[in-house]
Design a protein around this ligand. Structure first.
Ligand SMILES: O=C(CO)[C@@H](O)[C@H](O)[C@H](O)[C@H](O)COP(=O)(O)O
Ligand SMILES: [Zn+2]
Length: 360
């Protein structure tokens, strides 16, 4: 067989693997892309690793997240663990090659971040150690593999994802890996072009949106949209947990805060709220679970709920669904209404009582 004939059969084989992969991988690829979007929106980052050709793939992915793929959108945080020769040689030289990625995961990974682990065999020890290090740090793993998934597939936990190319040839598997990387980026581009994250991590002030109309524009397309409201005078552990649970009900959480005048009309006491509305909003905006904070001056958040049209309405503590303002409105649009009990029973009133007792 001359070279041209052999190349023709390589082209055919590559196309055939891709067509086979469509059946098994299109759906999990879409799910992986959506999961990445969700985590990136929360300020998490992507770390990527692999050896040889897969090191190139890790860099390819990182460059498309940090810079862009096909569309202009905000920069996204991703690091290829394959590029810093000083770091790589020091770890390989002083410790062992198998630790080159794991050590970097230990240094850079944070809970909720994603490790993209690329290995055609699923058996590269350096990638396996990186996966274990990521799992130990509360990260989740997106594995790009081939063949039978190797030892890597066996290491994965229920929360991890694997995209396994149905072939045994290293080069063919790598060719599909690149297609998968571009597929991930397609979904990521689309999501962030449609609705950019207003606040960069650490820039919590951008989460505070007092203009309801502007807020409605910012959350358009970020559905299911979750809404909750309250005074949040002195934030306690029960609040933090319930806001995290509320955020998990959708892709964006807006918290409506009673203005100082509105809070005073609730009649909790002449000195309440203790903290002015600007302070209460700033503290809420500092929570990772909260995407936006806004304020309402009315007795109830009904008009705000009408303006935002959330898909999920949540109240914390012991509010029965029947008593929740706006419940019928949300349900009439096919939305859900939830009462999330405080898992840590704390009350601002009781807390203030204790502080006063200590003082007197
Ligand atoms: O690019 C190629 C082959 O096409 C090679 O460099 C290949 O990536 C290397 O042999 C890797 O070490 C293979 O590792 P893995 O995919 O089994 O984890
Ligand atoms: Zn190669």
């Amino acid at each position: 067989m001359n070279l041209e004939t052999r190349l023709r059969s390589v082209f055919a084989a590559s196309a055939a693997v891709k067509l086979r992969a469509v059946d098994t991988l299109a759906l999990p690829l879409a799910q992986a892309s959506e999961r990445l979007v969700g985590r990136l929106r929360l300020g998490h980052q992507v770390l990527a690793c692999g050896n040889g050709g897969s090191a190139g793939d890790a860099q390819h992915l990182a460059s498309e997240l940090v810079n862009r793929f096909e569309q202009t959108r905000q920069a996204l945080p991703a690091i290829a663990l394959t590029t810093d020769s000083s770091v790589l040689t020091a770890i390989a030289n002083d410790d062992c090659y198998e630790r080159v990625f794991a050590r970097q995961v230990e240094a850079l990974g944070r809970p909720g971040d994603c490790l993209v682990a690329i290995s055609t065999s699923g058996n590269s020890a350096s990638v396996l150690q990186a996966v274990s290090a990521a799992q130990a740090r509360g990260m989740w793993v997106l594995a790009l593999t081939g063949r039978d998934g190797g030892k890597l597939a066996a290491l994965l936990r229920p929360d991890d994802l694997e995209l396994r190319v149905p072939d045994h040839n290293t080069a063919r598997i790598q060719e599909v890996h690149l297609l998968l990387i571009h597929g991930l980026c397609l979904g990521i581009d689309a999501a962030f072009v449609q609705s950019p994250v207003a606040a960069a991590p650490g820039d919590s002030a951008a989460k505070i949106q007092s203009d309801w109309q502007a807020l409605a524009g910012l959350v358009a397309g970020r559905r299911p949209l979750v809404f909750t409201n309250g005074v949040f005078d002195i934030l306690h552990r029960g609040h933090v947990r319930y806001l995290e649970e509320a955020r998990a009900e959708g892709v964006c959480l807006v918290v409506g805060v009673n203005s100082d005048a509105s809070a005073r009309r609730l009649g909790k006491g002449p000195d309440r709220p203790i903290n002015p509305q600007a302070d209460r909003m700033a503290v809420l905006a500092g929570l990772a679970a909260v995407d936006f904070v806004t304020v309402f001056d009315q007795d109830t958040p009904l008009r705000l709920i009408e303006s935002l049209a959330p898909d999920v309405l949540v109240k914390g503590g012991d509010w029965p669904v029947a008593r929740m303002v706006g419940a019928d409105l949300v349900q009439a649009r096919g939305g859900r209404v939830l009462s999330i009990p405080f898992r840590h029973e704390r009350s601002t009133t009781a807390l203030l009582q204790r502080i006063r007792e200590v003082q007197s």
